[in-house]
Write a protein that binds this ligand. Structure first.
Ligand code: PEP
Ligand code: MG
Length: 423
């Protein structure tokens, strides 16, 4: 039992210099912080991120969400046992009373939910990942195979009609630390190649720390990544993943990448060719958030060999996951805590995905903070894969570094799935 003594929210800045919410929770055993990330290519079915819509910060202030924590949520949560995660989350859901956290804002509910979890972990003398494991009913010991976004495109790089993320996966490593090293060495080799080829403008970076060189097409970017892996000496160990974020380039039944236009079927064929030509083992948001038939076709065509990951399609929502299971729309779920807005509902989404033996990928947002909770989450649920951006900038490396600490703490018990990353 660990009583919440006080809750205070404040407006802080995220990695894009935009406002977000931080919660400071005082409990009998100490003070605990949680911060909220924010997406740029957010799905329309996500829980509500409450923004003030006033002049300050171009409408992006979060003082309304802050007020909701300080004046509404605090009344309900102060004095409760932070160790009763489900009750805490249910109390907030009841207080909100909407489907999408439209009254309080997911950015008010989520940091309270996470701060309670951290307080409860400390009260039990457990590390955060161990306590997540207890909540999820698993023996937490699996370090994720990371998907590292080394080339940023689309909204994260100020580009339109573009594939968003080009990622490395160090599947040939024997453990997470070695995998991270392989990825970093490949990232640095890529930087050298880009500098040589394009000069200083080749190594400008996007929101997630990946490069944004003047290479417009996916094939050109994957070729550069393959060259980097070769030059780093990790050609056999590193494979690739894409997040197309295709909702951003879909309109009225047509997908537009650069100057090419595709129907869902043609786009699925295009992806089939990409996975045949490059070692691309995972494609996220290949289809748009409501193009269920397109998703079914894509999974039919490439889902046998390739991981087909739903992000905007599923929005970490157990109900949408159930629908995707029924329709055989994907074979993997991306998990983002602020898409749904509480720890308990995030765990429910993971349980739902797991029932169908899907893989899960625990993900950051393009707007991040120094809060590394998602690193503890991915190990806590034995997630198997993470997506935390490039190994650059402290908003991303806070998570990679936390995973290094966790792997060290687990010692001989730590597992890394490597080529069996889908579980
Ligand atoms: C994503 O689409 O997976 C992503 C991390 O981007 P954002 O946070 O902008 O939605
Ligand atoms: Mg995505």
């Amino acid at each position: 039992m660990v009583l919440v003594k006080s809750l205070k929210a404040r407006e802080i800045l995220d990695s894009r210099g935009e406002p977000t919410v931080e919660v400071e929770l005082c409990a009998e055993n100490g003070v605990f912080f949680a911060m909220v990330p924010s997406g740029a290519s957010a799905g329309s079915h996500e829980a509500l991120e409450m923004r003030d819509g006033e002049k300050r910060f171009g409408g992006k202030g979060v003082l309304k969400a802050v007020k909701n924590v300080n004046e509404v949520i605090a009344k309900k949560i102060v004095g409760r046992d932070a160790g009763r995660q489900k009750e805490i989350d249910e109390a907030m859901l009841e207080l909100d009373g909407t489907e999408n956290k439209g009254r309080l804002g997911a950015n008010a509910v989520l940091p309270v939910s996470i701060a309670c979890l951290k307080a409860a972990a400390a009260a039990k003398g457990k590390k955060v990942f161990e306590y997540v494991g207890e909540l999820a009913g698993v023996n937490a010991c699996v370090l994720p195979v990371p998907q590292l976004n080394v080339m940023n495109g689309g909204k994260h790089a100020g580009q339109e009609n573009d594939v968003q993320e080009h990622m490395l996966m160090p599947v040939g490593a024997k453990n997470y630390a070695e995998g991270l090293r392989m990825a970093c060495e490949t990232y640095q080799a890529l930087k050298k190649i880009l500098k040589k080829k394009f000069g200083a403008r080749g190594t400008l970076i996007g929101d997630e720390g990946g490069f944004v060189p003047p290479v417009a097409n996916v094939e050109g970017r994957l070729e550069l990544m393959a060259q980097a892996a070769r030059e780093a000496g990790w050609e056999k160990e590193v494979v690739f993943a894409l997040d197309c974020a295709s909702t951003e380039f879909y309109k009225d039944g047509v997908y537009t990448i650069g100057d090419k236009r595709f129907s869902s079927g043609e786009l699925a064929d295009y992806y089939s060719q990409l996975v045949a030509r490059f070692p691309v083992v995972s494609i996220e948001d290949g289809m748009s958030e409501d193009d269920w038939e397109g998703w079914q076709e894509l999974t039919r065509k490439i889902g046998g060999k390739t991981q087909v990951v739903g992000d905007d399609l599923l929005v970490t929502n157990a109900e949408r996951i159930k629908k995707a299971v029924e329709l055989k729309a994907v074979n993997s779920a991306l998990i983002k805590v602020n898409q749904i807005g509480s720890v308990s509902e995030t765990l429910d989404a993971i349980v739902e995905a797991r029932k169908s033996k899907w893989s899960v990928v625990v993900s950051h947002r393009s707007g991040e903070t120094e809060d590394a909770f998602i690193a503890d989450l991915v190990v806590g649920v034995n997630g198997g894969q993470s997506k935390f951006g490039a190994p650059a900038r402290s908003d991303r490396n806070a998570k990679y570094n936390e995973l290094l600490r966790i792997e060290e703490a687990l010692g001989a018990k730590a597992k890394y799935l490597g080529r069996k990353f889908r579980g």
